[in-house]
Structures are given as C-alpha cells and as structure tokens.
Write a protein that binds this ligand. Structure first.
Ligand code: NDP
Ligand code: 2IT
Length: 445
C-alpha cells in the first residue's frame, strides 16, 4: 500500500487493541489501492479516510434479571457504519466474545457486502456480549426486551434495520420485535428475519446457506465444475451451515461433516439433516448428540480438526478466523479445490494467501454470504409494499442476485488485472458504488 498506508496507520492508532477490525480494514484497503491511484478526486475528498470511521457508534447498558432473581448487566452495541447507499443494515450478534473490534469488523464488511447485493442498503452491525446458550426462554426474552428498550431509539425502517446473526435467530427476533412494537406502537419492517405470520419473508431462513451455494455453483461452473458428486465439509451447525448443507444435497454433493464450538461430527454416509435440524433448531442441543442416532458417524472433541477431513469443497460457516494457515494448507494438501465462506471472515489473512497462491476457487465472505442480507432487503421491500412473494419468487430473486454478485466480482478482478482473485474483485466492486455515493453527497459524513 502506498496512498492508503496512512489510512491504515490511523485506523490502528485510533482503534488500538481491535485486531479483527484492523484485519478487515487492511484487506479492503490493499484491494482498493489501485482505485485510489485512478481516483485522485476521491482521495482529495477524504473518501478513504471517512469510509473506515463509523458514522455513529452506540454502546449501552443492558440490565436483566435471571430466573433466580439475580441482576445481570451486559453491554449492547450498534455500529452504524455507513449510510451512503441506504439505511444501515446488518445483523445483531449475541455471543460472549462480542466487543467493539468484532462488531466494527462485521459492520465494515457489511458496507461492501450490502453494496454488492445491488440493493439500497447501508452497512451496520450490533449485538451484545450476552450468551443465549443455556438460558431459559424467559431469560432470553427479558434480555431481548431490555436490549430493545434502548436500541429502539436508534433504529427505524428508513434509518437502521437490524436482523439475526450468531445467537440471534427467530426466537430472539420475535422477542425484540414484540418489544419494539409495544414501545413505538408501530407495526413496521424495522427488523428482518421476522416470523412468517408477522411480516417475515419466505426463504429468509434458508437464504444465506442457499445463496452461498448459488454463488459457489456459479464460481465452479466458470471452471467447468459443479457440486455434483463432490464431498463437502461445512463448519458450524447453525442457520448458515444447516441451509448450506441442504442446498449442497439438492445440488448433488454430499456433506460429510458439521461442527459446533465443542467439536465436529464426521458421517461418511452423508449428514442426515433432519437429525441436525431437530437437535439444533428444535432442541438446542450439542452436535455431539448426532452420533447417538447415526452409529456410523464419529464425534471428535475440538472444532479445528474438521479441516483435516478430506473434501473437494469446504464451506466454513461458523465464525471468524476459524481457518488458519495450517488448516488451509491441510485442505489444499488433501485435494480441496474450492472454499466458499458462509461465515464472516472465517479465514485468516495467511489462509487466504494459501488459497490464492494455490488457485483455489475461493468465494470471499462478503460476496459468498451476501444472500442473507440480500433476502433481508427483499423482506424490507415486501414490508414496504405490504405484500409477500412466494418461496419460489424470493428464491429465484436470491439466485439471480448471487449470480450477479459473482459476475460483478469476477469482472472487477479482471478489470483490475488479477483475474480469478475474487477477494480483490468483491472489495473493488462493493467499494465503487459506496464511494460514488459518498462523493456525490459532499463532505456529509
Ligand atoms: P448461528 O448462531 O445459527 O450458528 C453459529 C454456529 O457457529 C454454531 O454451530 C456455533 O456453535 C458455531 N460457532 C459460533 N461461534 C463459534 C466459535 N467461536 N467457535 C466455533 N464455532 C462457533 O449463527 P449463523 O449460522 O447465523 O452464523 C454463522 C456465521 O455466518 C457467522 O459468521 C455469521 O456472521 C455469518 N453470517 C450469517 C448470516 C445469517 O443470515 N444468519 C448472513 C451472513 C453471514 P455453538 O452452538 O457451539 O456456539
Ligand atoms: O452477516 C450478515 O450479513 C448477516 N448476519 C445478515 C444481516 C441481515 O441484515 O440480514
């Protein structure tokens, strides 16, 4: 980096001890350096300095009472990162690891991802260090109500529209929506991922996993390959992992492994998704229980070992930095030729280098997992119209969006001289639209 080196230095200085945020910014700045060279007027207008600084960051106290009457205090966050092309849009993560660094990395990524969808949505992210795991429904409800009591001041259907992410699924969105409606007396599309009886969109539940496969299918097709007959490893066993697995099976591949934060299962016969859905979506149990129902399957404690399973295609769909350099090398050595990121930033920078050097068909997160937020934008669209599309209609739009994202990323990679580098292509294609809008708005933010 030459022109943008000082931007990176300032990010590090201004946001000390935020390694995930630095990691996400560095990757984007490295990719868009050639744009800075071509666009001195954007440099002069401070576009690059401004885009790395959130427009607004909201941190707040979230007190709640557990079933034994004990008071707990969590921290709530909403990072309103960029509204140049639409209202802030992005999920809410509920996980004990949540902090400003993680939410700023996620909010920053979301700007470019949302731009790539082609739909009018800005970038944001939020959440809390609250851990829904092991809590009763009543405790989760009281937390969500307390969280929304503050968050509602800052969001709105034309301002900021949160959704789910790790730890925030249909149950949590329901509790939050109920509280928003009660406080504001307003039935509006302020959250996405809503239930189907109260404004949710068909296919939103499936969208991230399905979209990931539509994207990868297109990338594979460009190299004369497909999912048919492939062996696939998917990490995680949450929303993204489950519906990625479902679509891989529909496309003729076989998923042989899934994980959670405790360990992974390997089923050489192919994962039986009905069992996983029952365990994870209904009973909220651990993935280890799977082997009780399928004795041919094996459970291994610790989740990193999943990448040592031989596969053609890997779809990391759990969390950030889950594939390090060694895991990436192991995947490549075992013959893996395609990696599609369902999770946000699941590969460390060193792992990404291994994939690019070895010419792996590599679908970076902000392109490959954009189907979730794209379908959220379709949910907003349906809410505005007070109308709903059929599953088939939403699914067809989703597929089309994912194909277009692949085309936009690969065209930008080609134009900027590094064909097949979808990291660079996705970063540039996502950035151009946002930068153009920011430039048009003057020094507004
Ligand atoms: P869920 O909460 O439904 O599932 C998360 C899964 O990942 C669980 O199996 C969880 O295991 C595992 N996991 C979470 N944290 C860790 C960790 N620190 N180490 C190992 N495993 C972990 O979340 P989603 O499926 O929605 O999200 C998965 C990823 O996809 C995230 O990176 C998210 O940001 C990204 N994403 C999600 C979208 C969506 O629409 N939901 C859209 C685009 C991206 P355990 O149960 O043990 O915690
Ligand atoms: O990371 C993501 O894109 C999401 N968690 C989905 C966000 C959304 O607004 O649907």
């Amino acid at each position: 980096m030459k022109i943008l080196a000082s931007v990176m230095e300032n990010v590090i200085k201004r946001n000390p001890n935020e390694p995930e945020f630095h990691q996400a910014v560095k990757e984007v700045l490295e990719s868009i350096e050639p744009v800075a060279e071509k666009k001195p007027e954007w440099v002069a207008a401070g576009i690059f300095d401004r885009i790395v600084e959130p427009e607004r960051q909201i941190f707040f106290r979230v007190p709640w009472v557990d079933d034994n009457g004990k008071v707990h205090v969590n921290r709530g966050f909403r990072i309103q990162f960029n509204s140049a092309i639409g209202p802030y849009k992005g999920g809410l993560r509920l996980h004990p690891s949540v902090n400003a660094s993680i939410l700023k990395f996620l909010g920053f990524e979301q700007i470019f991802k949302n731009s790539l969808t082609g739909l009018p949505i800005g970038g944001g992210k939020g959440g809390s260090d609250f851990d829904p795991k092991g809590k009763s429904d009543g405790e989760v409800m009281r937390f969500c109500q307390s969280f929304m009591t503050e968050l509602q001041r800052h969001i709105g259907e034309n301002t900021d529209v949160p959704a789910g992410d790790i730890g925030t699924g249909a149950r949590e969105i329901g509790f939050m929506y109920g509280q928003y409606k009660r406080l504001r007396n307003d039935f509006t599309g302020v959250l996405t991922g809503k239930g189907l009886t109260w404004g949710g969109s068909l296919a939103r539940t499936e969208a991230t996993g399905y979209g990931l496969c539509y994207f990868m299918d297109e990338a594979l097709k460009a190299k004369g390959k497909s999912f048919k007959g492939t062996t696939v490893v998917v990490s995680g066993s949450g929303n993204v992992a489950i519906y990625a697995t479902e679509k891989v099976h529909q496309l003729g591949g076989k998923v042989v492994a899934l994980s959670d934060s405790n360990g992974y299962i390997y089923d050489p016969d192919g994962i039986k998704l009905d069992t996983v859905k029952k365990l994870k979506e209904v009973e909220r149990k651990r993935i280890s229980e799977y082997v009780k129902f399928h004795p041919n399957a094996k459970y291994t404690e610790g989740c990193a070992g999943i990448w040592s399973i031989k596969c053609d295609i890997a779809l990391p769909s759990a969390t950030q930095n889950e594939i390090d350099e060694n895991s990436a090398k192991t995947l490549v050595a075992n013959g893996c030729y395609a990696v599609g990121e369902g999770a946000n930033m699941p590969s460390t920078p060193e792992a990404v280098d291994v994939f690019l050097k070895n010419k792996i068909i590599y679908g970076p997160a902000k392109a490959a997992n954009a189907g979730g937020v794209a379908t959220s934008a379709l949910e907003m669209c349906q809410n505005s119209m007070r109308y709903s599309w059929t599953f088939e209609e939403v699914d067809a739009k989703l597929k089309n969006i994912m194909i277009n994202i692949y085309k936009a990323a690969s065209a930008a990679a080609k134009e900027y001289g590094d064909e097949d580098n979808l990291v660079m292509g996705a970063n540039i294609a996502g950035f151009l639209k946002v930068a153009d809008a920011m430039y048009a708005h003057g020094i507004a933010y």
